[in-house]
Design a protein around this ligand. Sequence first.
Ligand SMILES: NC(=O)c1ccc[n+]([C@@H]2O[C@H](COP(=O)([O-])OP(=O)(O)OC[C@H]3O[C@@H](n4cnc5c(N)ncnc54)[C@H](OP(=O)(O)O)[C@@H]3O)[C@@H](O)[C@H]2O)c1
Length: 258
Amino acid sequence: MNIAIITGASSGLGREYARLLAAESGLDELWLIARRQDRLEKLKAELPLPSRLLVCDLTDTAVFTAIQQQLMAVKGIEIRWLINAAGFGRIGTCAEIGVETTGRMIDLNCRAAVAMTQLAIPFMSAGAHILEICSCAAFQPIPYLTAYAASKAFLLSYSRGLGRELAAQGIEITAVCPYWIRDTEFITRAIETDHSGIFQGFPLACTQHEVASRSLRAARNHIRVCTPDMVSFLHRILTSCIPHSWLIHLSELYRRLA
Ligand SMILES: NC(=O)c1ccc[n+]([C@@H]2O[C@H](COP(=O)([O-])OP(=O)(O)OC[C@H]3O[C@@H](n4cnc5c(N)ncnc54)[C@H](OP(=O)(O)O)[C@@H]3O)[C@@H](O)[C@H]2O)c1
């Protein structure tokens, strides 16, 4: 049985990946992961492919053993796609965001993505794809998005290193690094801690459909780091030429002008 596993499938990018993959042939089932069961049920009802719902909080480390056991219980299971889209960010000073929220952010954006990736690999073979949803925030340190940007830098680096390790098995990892996406729940939640309006407006933000469809295409074309929109593409070029100490000043300037 060929399956795709998508975390963060109850909204935004994860839900869009589920819709796009369900419309393709070659998969027998989607495994959809998030905390909000009602949202997952609603998505399941609209998909043309059978779905298994795994309702869980990925910051609870006990869930990884449970997911692994579910995989082992299905004879001949093959994971063709793993998409780690569950993630969140918060804007504000480190004090405003707080230690507890920052810890959860690191647990979800880093630890859960790594755990899901490593538990999936034994069920994958040549031609399987892993998409780690990073962000162009991964390309440089960003004040007031400090922990979020650092968590995505970790995931980008992890993807690139592991991609090399897995090349011999024919399993491919694509790190997806978009700029702001305007039609998911991410921004609304991220600004909850932005008490001083540090980030005003999100000019040139792209859409979840653009990011999901372009990154699936990039993965099929063996692209290791996908910048699915013009801003993230230019950001990647800029951050590869300019020292990080200068980039921090430039990002502050951009934030004030935007
Ligand atoms: N939107 C942007 O501007 C933007 C830009 C660059 C990168 N990204 C990245 O894109 C990814 C998808 O974000 P999005 O924009 O689609 O945001 P979103 O609409 O808020 O979706 C986030 C998803 O993560 C799930 N999730 C959150 N906490 C979870 C937990 N503890 N356990 C399990 N699932 C959890 C949410 O489901 P439940 O609440 O139901 O659990 C939801 O399905 C994230 O990794 C984000 O960092 C977003």
